[in-house]
Design a protein around this ligand. Structure first.
Ligand code: SDX
Length: 432
């Protein structure tokens, strides 16, 4: 780890602050600004954390200019073609690819933790039939803290391992329960003899009235989507899990805060918004009119699924999902999928438009994912839930990395205060 030296000089007074920048294994050097407030009484000001490293991490690396995404050093393109979501979850959490025995033990632990407490199932009866599944999933995960609070010592590695197994195993079951609640259908219990994605599809689509056979093409497509959504460095929801977790709160409560942050349309909620946008555009003929609204910034209309805080090039995940669309839609018999055709034309037109070129706006992970979820029969309201299921692996990995770090401190940002200076209280009689 090399360091470079910097010095900040206050020109009026000549006061100085010496600083050092640490280099990581990849990516920009990071300037340690601890001395600034001590030497010069300064804070840094970086709304939205555009250029602020909030922590040190070894989990995932992104190069936004080159469109690179590495999970524990492995390129997403290799992971996507060679791995499985369960193996990726192990890699993200433990830092290394598992041996066959480690993978078998991890997979077994998850397969045998998929059921949820029956009283948790009764929570769903309290939700309105059309409650948004993200609201139900966030609430029910938070309530898991009530079941596992007394037996959870964040600093006990075995407790952290059991937490990881439980939350990865149970979030598909909770997602399925919210899906069935929306549909007014009976809950379908998980089965230990099915793999992660087959179990999920069966809990979503099986009914007591008929036999249900999982389509292996659908299970494989779902597994790839989970892999691509599993982690993404210090994104808003992961940073939320880290900040909540830094207070020492129950890890289920921290994961629930991540679900809530992910829901926003600027983040994971974009996949649901992309489908709404495509349905609103309707046909290729309407694309230019829609893009004109985006460029005129009427009512803050965005081209959903485009743009990214880090990627100023293609999001590598979007490229993989676009290719996947071609294959999966054909194998599912959706060759003439109008939504996909519209999305392809919209991307083609936007990428040639100066407005998007000048702002380096490219398709991100959310632009095409909904096309596949739709082809799998998953409704738009469940798209971000699918994202949350996948991202739970990343949230767990980052929470564990932070909690296991003896140097961990509670996150507590400061501010640039521009409110009133001190003033005296005025009794109400004198205010009228
Ligand atoms: C995810 O961080 C992660 O890693 C997230 C994620 C993950 O895996 O965790 O990758 C998942 O959240 C992907 C992003 C999903 N969101 C969307 O698709 C929503 C649409 N995109 C935008 O809201 C936006 O691009 C953001 C929020 C994703 C990024 O916003 P930034 O980095 O704050 O950029 P910005 O808003 O400052 O935009 C710069 C310019 C602005 O124009 P000007 O003021 O310079 O004229 O680009 C414009 C913006 O108005 N712009 C867009 C746009 N995105 C940015 N204009 C139209 N459509 C868009 N989608």
């Amino acid at each position: 780890m090399t360091t470079k030296k910097y010095e900040l000089v206050e020109l009026d007074s000549g006061r100085k602050s010496a600083m050092e920048a640490r280099s990581g294994t990849l990516g920009p050097d990071c300037l340690n600004i601890a001395g600034l407030s001590k030497d010069l009484g300064l804070f840094t000001f970086d709304p939205g954390f555009m250029a602020t490293a909030a922590c040190e991490s070894r989990v995932t690396f992104i190069d936004g200019d080159e469109g690179v995404l590495l999970y524990r050093g492995y390129p997403i393109e290799q992971i996507a073609t060679k791995s499985s979501f369960i193996e990726v979850a192990y890699l993200l959490i433990h830092g290394e690819l598992p041996t066959s025995q480690q993978l078998e033990q991890f997979d077994h632990a998850i397969r045998y933790h998929t059921m949820i407490n029956e009283s948790l199932l009764r929570f769903f009866n309290g939700f309105h039939h059309d409650a948004h599944p993200m609201a139900m999933v966030s609430a029910v995960i938070a309530s898991m803290a009530a079941f596992y609070h007394d037996s959870m010592d964040n600093h006990n590695p075995r407790h952290r391992e059991i937490f990881a197994h439980r939350i990865l195993a149970k979030i598909p079951t909770i997602a399925a329960a919210s899906f069935k609640h929306n549909r007014g259908q009976p809950f379908i219990y998980p089965r230990n003899d099915l793999d992660y994605c087959s179990n999920m599809l069966r809990m979503f689509f099986a009914t007591p009235a008929a036999e249900y056979e999982v389509d292996p093409v659908a299970a494989q497509a779902l597994d790839l989507l989970l892999i691509l959504h599993a982690d993404h460095e210090q994104n808003a929801s992961t940073s939320t899990v880290r900040l909540a977790g830094s207070t020492g709160t129950n890890p289920y409560a921290a994961i629930s805060s991540g679900v809530s942050a992910l829901w926003g349309p600027a983040h994971g909620g974009a996949n649901e918004a992309v489908l709404a946008m495509l349905e609103e555009i309707g046909t290729v003929d309407n694309i230019q009119k829609f893009l004109a609204r985006v460029k005129d910034k009427q009512g803050n209309t965005k081209l959903m699924g485009f743009g990214h805080r880090v990627y100023k090039n293609f999001d590598p995940r979007a490229k993989i999902i676009r290719e996947m669309c071609h294959k999966v839609l054909a194998r599912l018999g959706h060759t003439d999928n109008p939504l996909f055709e519209l999305a392809l034309r919209l991307e083609e037109i936007a990428l040639k438009d100066e407005y998007f070129i000048a702002r380096k706006l490219y398709p991100n992970v959310d632009f095409y994912s909904g096309v596949i979820y739709s082809a799998l029969g998953i409704p738009r309201s469940m798209f971000t839930v699918m994202f949350a299921i996948a991202r739970t692996a990343g949230w767990v990995a980052h929470w564990q990395e932070m909690i296991a770090d003896p140097a961990m401190k509670i996150g507590r940002p400061r501010q640039l205060y521009t409110g009133p200076v001190q003033r005296e209280y005025v009794d109400i009689e004198k205010r009228d």
